[in-house]
Design a protein around this ligand. Structure first.
Ligand SMILES: [Zn+2]
Ligand SMILES: [Zn+2]
Length: 356
């Protein structure tokens, strides 16, 4: 293993710079991954601007939590993986000792950020994937089949998050009418998952025509551009005036939660995948009277990244259309610019620390 590697280090607010740093070495239960693809996520943009809770200090922190690559070394206690394995990762390793972790809810670890308790969240509280090598505990690593390329594998954590959401709301959506608000990556993946799980009808709401078109190709039955159409009227039209069984709010817009409450049928469910920055105005009286429920998920829990791989392997879903752009790590600034400004219709932008 080379002693030094290339990595993108956060040097200050919004200052990501390519540096030569020490190649990390795996602990007894870790693997060392040669990172082939690391996808830019809006939380990267957000933590570069305003530090995440328990984020390592400027000058030492390598962000990036959506990555995939090849195992090149394993810790002394590892027999689950070997060099050469192609793998995807999830960000969260719980402490495995708090009550939430003991109950399997490791993305909501009560020792979040406490490294001495064993907690890690690569790309948030520990180093991540904008580097030639990254260390992961084996609980956060999943083998991928040859049919899944590294760019698609880097996006698996998004699918894991959406599947965690579907599992949280009860999972059985066969025949349900589902509305997805916000055609960002998680919204588009929600459309695809809803169709793969045989939802009866999937309606996608947004403002950008190109993203709505992407939603159509991911399987949406109906797209609604709120700039041209009354979304509420259209949803009622699609649901015989009753409202939808499930609303997935992934826009993060301040008006999203109230819109979701109004669009849900009596006893309907609302899943929040996007979070507004501040407090929202929402009518909780109608929520209670009509027995509607709101669910939240944090990250990609309950090992759903592992489950997501079998969904890709069975070709029920493809994430490949979402990986619209890729850049070598030396051009990481251009990569972020392409992502934040959505240049060339960018949806997910991949940074490649090593050649395939
Ligand atoms: Zn992410
Ligand atoms: Zn924990």
């Amino acid at each position: 293993m080379p002693i030094k590697m290339k990595a993108a280090v956060l040097m200050g607010q919004d200052q990501l710079e390519i540096k030569e740093v020490q190649t990390p070495s795996p602990g007894p239960q870790d693997v060392l991954i040669n990172v082939k693809a690391c996808a830019i996520c809006s939380s990267d943009v957000s933590l570069m601007h305003k530090p995440w809770p328990h984020q390592p200090p400027y000058g030492s922190f390598i962000p990036g939590h959506e990555y995939a690559g090849s195992v090149v070394a394993v810790g002394e206690k590892v027999d689950e993986f070997q060099p050469g394995d192609r793998v995807a990762v999830e960000a969260h390793l719980g402490c495995l000792r708090c009550r939430n972790c003991r109950l399997g809810n490791y993305t909501a670890c009560l020792n979040y950020g406490k490294l001495d308790k064993g907690h890690r969240a690569n790309g948030f509280t520990t180093n991540g994937g904008y580097a030639q090598y990254a260390v992961n505990h084996i609980n956060t690593v999943y083998k991928i089949p040859d049919s899944v390329n590294f760019e698609e594998a880097a996006l698996i954590t998004n699918l894991g998050c959406v599947l965690y959401g579907f599992e949280t709301i009860g999972g059985y959506v066969v025949g349900d009418k589902i509305v997805v608000i916000g055609p960002g990556p998680l919204g588009l993946i929600s459309v695809a998952v809803a169709k793969a799980l045989c939802a009866g009808k999937v309606v996608l709401i947004g403002t950008r025509e190109s993203r709505l078109q992407a939603g159509l190709s991911m399987g949406a039955n109906r797209i609604i551009n709120v700039n041209n159409e009354d979304a509420m009227e259209a949803v009622m039209d699609e649901t015989n005036g009753l409202g939808a069984d499930l609303i997935i709010e992934s826009s993060g817009n301040v008006n999203g939660p109230q819109m979701a409450i109004e669009m849900a049928k009596r006893m309907g469910k609302i899943l929040l995948l996007g979070f507004p920055d501040g407090p929202v105005n929402a009518n909780f009286s109608s929520l209670g009277k009509d027995n509607k429920s709101i669910y939240t998920v944090r990250g990609e829990g309950w090992a759903n990244v592992g489950r997501a791989i079998s969904m890709l392997e069975s070709s029920r879903i493809s994430l490949k259309p979402l990986a619209t752009h890729a850049f070598p790590i030396d051009e990481i600034k251009e990569a972020f610019q392409t992502f934040t400004q959505r240049i060339g219709g960018a949806i997910k932008v991949i940074v490649k620390p090593n050649a395939d």
